[in-house]
Design a protein around this ligand. Sequence first.
Ligand code: PXL
Length: 276
Amino acid sequence: MDKRILTVQDISCVGQCSLTVALPVISAFGLETAVLPTAVLSNHTYGYTGWTFCDLTEQMPAINERWAKECVDFDLLYTGYLGSAKQIEYIKTISRERMRAGAELVVDPVMADNGKLYTGFDLSFVEEMKGLVSVADVALPNITEACFLTGVEYVDGCTSKEYVERLIDGLKALGAKKIVLTGVSLEADKLGVAVWDGSRIEYRFEQLIDKKFHGTGDLFASAFVGAYALGDGIADAAHFAAKVVVSAIKRTIGDDSHWYGVKFEKALPMITARQK
Ligand code: PXL
């Protein structure tokens, strides 16, 4: 039987992030992808001056009830940007009730970057997110999110293995079984991931491109989920996802009008090429 993925995150109608990235990217792996939108926004909240926000929290139990009647189930549940802290409780229920045997919960605790929480998130949301990370099979934070989750101070730019391992230890203590920590830099010209696979830490790096783009975390997580669901080991899946992000950034970087996201569509052929 083919794998069926459920991804839970917002629809930002414009801005190349969250569901408008996850759905095409995971589908490009040849995987069936179902969605549970957490909110609908006119555009994402990073760099725009305002946005509309329609919270879909109470749709979640209603949709889950329908799915229960139709016996809908999933092989992997991947969560991203949430619309409210209450959604965490509903996701835990869906994860208990809608998963096939052996299914995994991948949690990207989307809430912060560059040392700061995103607009709309506060420390009480961080506390709730710790509860979701505690039941994750794979937690996928960036360095800033890992700092908020573990209480370790944020360090910008190059860090040490000792610092990275302190973050990983903190995430393990929360209960995450496997960890993919993104945005790791140990040398000035390299950026990559630190992966805890449940027994050891592995580092994978790509050339640093010294320009930040919005939505790359969602692109990374979506490409990771696709590769992981196809059977790649966790470090290989993370490394493939990093290559997808680098490719999308390279296709975006010369176009100054394209400030709101990356041209991930240009990287889709390297994903469809993997279809089995
Ligand atoms: O890429 C993360 C993200 C997703 N969705 C919305 C966002 C952000 C980050 O700011 O604002 C609505």
